[in-house]
Design a protein around this ligand. Sequence first.
Ligand code: F6P
Length: 394
Amino acid sequence: MVGLPARGKTFVARKIHRCLRWLGHDARLFNAGDYRREMLGAQHSHEFFSPDNAEGKRARLAVAQAALDDMFAFLHGPGEVAIYDATNTTRARRALIVERCARERVTPLFVEIICNDEAVIEATIRETKVRSADYAQMDPEAAVADFRARIAHYASAYEALGPADGSYIKYIDVGAQLALQRTDSELAHVLVRLLMSLRGARKRLWLTRHGESVYNGLGLIGGDPELSPKGLGFAKRLARFMAEHREAGGELVVWTSTLQRTVQTAGQLQMSTVAWRELDEIDAGVCDGMSYPQIEHELPDEFVARKRDKYRYRYPRGESYQDVIQRLLPVVLAFEQEPRPLLVVGHQAVLRAFYAYLTAQPPQKCPHLSIPLHTVIELTPTLYDMEERRHLLD
Ligand code: F6P
């Protein structure tokens, strides 16, 4: 990461980390501020960050080296992507990274966060910095003043990314603009798509499976069945619930799959909806329309193989959870771009995959997450995470 303090580097770094991990990459975040607090303690006043403070400069370089050492140890071990969340605003500091990457055969990609909107910067300072351990027990206004002085030190020595900086993505004004240089790798393409979609709007989100289907009643998987009478009852309760819980007069975006049971469930809302093929339930291939005991009896090897590794197991002529995650990326990107509150009416497996992204769960856990029928999962975004409430409408 590259950028002045309070430009949203950590927000973007965490999103990159979440998305790559969800897609199955072994990615880890290394935050320079955490290393500094760990090695030197918190509560440094702004003078510590001045480019004229030789002692401070030495100490900050030692912190950067420690983070880099850990990053390369990770990359030479299990790691695939290390995200270095630090300012890296001088050419000298970036040269250190580039040289080390060349020596250790690691490909660097810079992501520079530029923000020219004073209101966004002010909000970030008040929401994240003033509350950090750096300013524990300090009067908030004094903390803001000190942090602004810290920013000014970095700004005085700031050197933006340029033609000599190799591969980079500049994320400008919360995604209003992107500038790219040599972003040819497949991983860089994923990041470009993510950053193009990332607009930082915090909106409430409700996830629910369709109401009980005729197949659910019979214990069969897959197919395109209609709602059972019980399922229709849930759809009506869902419509009432949403009328009570959504912001009065505010907009609500409703997404369904293309399968009847989600479309019928959302139909009770009497609102316009968008049907996504990507939200269709996991394709059970040759097992579609069967019950679990029937699969165990007729296709015992498949049954055992799925039990052994439910995340990677792919139904013959169907999908695995890993496949579902990959095909869900456009939905995740559309979610990141969407500023309005959202209701998603989906299916068990596909919602497990989406929920794993939203709540930053390791993807391998996703086949075992609990997404029961007739339960609305309400997710309210906090600064970096989601607050969750479950409503049983049975
Ligand atoms: O049983 C309902 C259902 O949506 C099936 O259509 C689907 O195959 C299944 O859930 C996914 O859950 P699991 O991965 O636990 O079998």
